[in-house]
Design a protein around this ligand. Sequence first.
Ligand code: ADP
Ligand code: MG
Length: 704
Amino acid sequence: MRPVSLSPLFAPIQSLTGIGPRLAKVLGKLLPATHTAPEPRVIDLLWHTPTGVIDRRAAPSLSDATPGTIATVHVRVLKHLRPPRSNKRAPYKVRCEDDTARLDLVFFRAEPSFVERQLPVGEMRYVSGRIERYGEVLQMAHPDYIIAPDKRDELPLLEPVYPLTAGLTGKVLIKASRQALQRLPQLSEWQEPNWLVSKNWPDFHPALHHIHQPSKPDDVSAADPARQRLAFDELLASQLALGLVRENYKSQSGRAIQGTGKRAQKIQTALPFSLTQSQVAAISDIAQDMASERRMLRLLQGDVGSGKTVVALMAMVAAVEAGTQAALMAPTEVLARQHFETINPLAQAANITIEVLTGREKGKTRQQILDRAASGDIDILIGTHAIFQDDVQFQDLALAVIDEQHRFGVHQRLALQAKGKSGGANVLVMTATPIPRTLLMTHYGDLDVSKLTEKPAGRKPVETRSVMTERLEEVIEGLRRAISSGAQVYWVCPLIETSDTSELAAAEERHAHLTQIFGDQVGLLHGGMASKQKSAIMTAFSDGLLKVLVATTVIEVGVNVPNATIMVIEHAERFGLAQLHQLRGRVGRGERQSYCILLYQAPLGETARKRLDMLRKTEDGFLIAEKDLELRGGGEVLGARQSGLPEFRVAEVPGWTDLLKAARDDAKLILSQDPQLTSPRGEALRTLLYLFECDEAIRLFRAG
Ligand code: ADP
Ligand code: MG
């Protein structure tokens, strides 16, 4: 169990003074949801670190103040100049002075009672904000702080600046993180004392204080020792967790699952194509893993369209041939159904029973599926997260396949695996994101990997062009010609980082625009739609009823419509390289020449230009992934966000590769000396694992 002393940190964020349901919701948008907690908690604030400081230390007399800079001045309140009733737009001014000059504090649309309370005539106040010159007069519009002399301490001379989101002010975050810090219990040190000394790193507690309550502008820099220490803490936690899981995995024996090859043969005959060499190799890797006594944990990497599904199918068929069951899990309803549609005819050819289970199956239908899975009547169950639920039981699950791993948390993988007999199914994870080796090691440790490197036969390269947004009309003209000769088009709308509503608005607007031109052949697909609605639109598109599909990035995940040959990406400069590559992979799946049109807003920044160039030059996903890392460089290099891997909270600092190496060595040493983490340092390290929510590793302790 998590130590009780940590409970206040894992309480919902609403338990903090000043955070109600509204702010909690806003904070939910800002703080990354973890797989263990969709709602933000107090601890999430501790990992939300400042990116800069506002320096309020300058405290000039008014005559010395430099207009355009932030200053903290000490002034006497002279009089209030309210706006006339007839003119609500006029600002409310408060005239102040010190011994050297006058300063007008200016409030637009102010609540008069608020201003009166803050600034009583005749009293002294510390006021901090940006000083401006307005004609001959010094002004400060909407001071950031107005503080009575006896409360001077409340004025942060170096104010941390946090990444914000709409509806949230820095002040709220400052107050909330201050409270979060107060909830930190005293914790025993988990790092080697000598190591800390040699690196000149502070203790954990002071390190967090240092970062959230900076006393020098440099304190918030990612190169600061406090940040480095926290980064190392997180890396050590993740390496320890991986080490523990790996040890545990090795120590448990699986069972040998060997297919007869009979049904596999039938399916191969029913396939309208022959397998590529790398598909054959992957199928054989998997068969070997399953046939061994060891449990399989294999990653199947292959670009979009490289044909991972059929590899998964052959693996599942082997499980069925051995008299066991298999499950295939997709991240969305659309994908789960698509898998079902693809696999069902083939399965029927081999007399294999398959079913689909998503959130849509309810009541009786659902119960029937559950019963049939539990009795062993269903050989292969395909579905979404619905498969994780506790009441889904198998008679004998020997293989769990997870498509597009990055959409699932690690714990979900475990949950599915645990549905196997004696808690251990073989696991095959499939991802279309080519993950460079370093990243794999960081996040998964030693995982077996198969790669699909060739494109299936008959695929033509996608012709990729970048086009300025100004030439939108020409692009649309081109589409008109293409559509009239039978082509179908994906149109992806820009990614807008700050808000989902405006992302949606952009897509709706484009949909309306294209509908004016192409009529009711244009469909719209976005993340906010009900799943039923989504699959109806997808079906209409794949049946060719819709010619143009306007979508937000939801189509990033693998939908397969071979007749779609044109991919238009609006504001391509806002997407990451890996993401653009994924999107492009939606086309080029059929016989016809495909095109990818990258619409960009000029002028392009250096990195954006390199990205688009790279994309035009190659379709090799692994090359693109490496280049992507290189282009993003520095702080983003861990790249979790874009590659879809689980995110680090604070590990993204300069020099992380060296830290990672050290953390890996350290973890190895620790586990060789204290494999169950029972020594005093081991106990402290368990707390570290809890802090960083390495629940996968923690589960193992509970079990053992
Ligand atoms: P992904 O790896 O993106 O999941 P899919 O498994 O969906 O790719 O395969 C994409 C398309 O390629 C499907 O229509 C599938 O039938 C087809 N395909 C798979 N393997 C081959 C092959 N060896 N030759 C030709 N087409 C293939
Ligand atoms: Mg796929």
